[in-house]
Design a protein around this ligand. Structure first.
Ligand code: ADP
Ligand code: ADP
Length: 231
């Protein structure tokens, strides 16, 4: 599903060059649930931006569902992003003036669906994350965990190939974090492929595989076998 080979990303600010990703190769197959970890500045956001077709690599290749992303024109890149990628962010990124239901309908407006179908699908997606009774509430009337559930429903409503989450529990207390990870786990059990950045080892333990970055390189990549956290 995701195949990255010898990926490099160099940022240039005037004469200063930062090598944010150094020759990264890895793959994600359908059904995986991957945690991406590493210190601040290790390249996690850069990787997610490239995986999410928000940015391009400097060199190397990226295949998403066997499409060579690195060779696409900007218009096609935007199309792939809308069709194949679902995003969940740390800060939820919901539109404050829209209700939960309307926020979830947004990606389907861009996809050109008619109002009735949008509404039906949005209601189903909110039901899936256990938020049906809050669908007419605006974000400021929802808790952090509830906001993130709306964001997850919005990310999944167009049935993307992959769900990308950048610190999805970063703004949540531990109870809400557990709740969100429970939702991710059940979505993953139903077949949703997830790649998630997190700083929190407890959160990473809920995934199936942990990839650790350091200074733009992968220093470890291993399955999560033992769900028991040693304290
Ligand atoms: P992380 O998400 O792990 O904190 P980033 O991918 O944001 O890491 O950053 C990796 C490196 O690239 C850091 O040294 C960061 O300062 C640098 N970097 C990230 N984005 C830019 C940018 N737009 N311009 C210049 N340097 C950048
Ligand atoms: P995160 O909290 O997800 O690790 P960062 O704080 O590393 O994110 O980066 C936030 C945004 O700022 C990203 O879009 C990244 O590309 C950009 N950025 C990070 N470092 C730099 C930098 N040195 N110069 C310019 N932009 C940067």
């Amino acid at each position: 599903m995701i195949r990255i080979e010898n990926l490099c990303k160099v940022y240039k600010n005037g004469k200063i060059e930062v090598q944010a990703l150094k020759n990264i190769s890895f793959s994600v197959v359908p059904g995986e649930f991957v945690a991406v970890m590493g210190a601040s500045g290790s390249g996690k956001s850069t990787l997610m931006n490239i995986l999410g077709c928000l940015d391009r690599s400097t060199s190397g290749s990226y295949f998403l569902d066997n499409v060579d992303i690195s060779s696409l024109k900007d218009n096609d890149l935007a199309l792939i992003r809308n069709l194949k990628i679902g995003f969940v962010f740390q800060a939820f990124n919901l539109l404050p003036k829209l209700t939960a239901l309307e926020n979830v309908e947004l990606p389907m407006i861009y996809a050109g669906l008619k109002h009735k179908e949008r509404k039906e699908k949005a209601m189903l997606a909110l039901e899936k994350v256990g938020l049906s009774e809050r669908m007419h509430h605006r974000p400021n009337e929802l808790s952090g965990g509830q906001k993130q559930r709306v964001a997850i429903a919005r990310a999944l409503v167009n049935s993307p190939s992959i769900l990308l989450a950048d610190e999805p529990t970063g703004n949540l207390d531990s109870a809400s974090s557990e709740e969100i990870m429970g939702i991710f786990q059940s979505l993953n059990t139903e077949g949703v492929t997830i790649v998630m950045v997190t700083h929190e080892p407890d959160v990473a333990q809920h995934t199936k595989r942990i990839v650790v970055f350091k200074d733009g390189e992968i220093i470890s990549d291993h399955p999560v076998n033992d769900p028991i956290i040693v304290r």
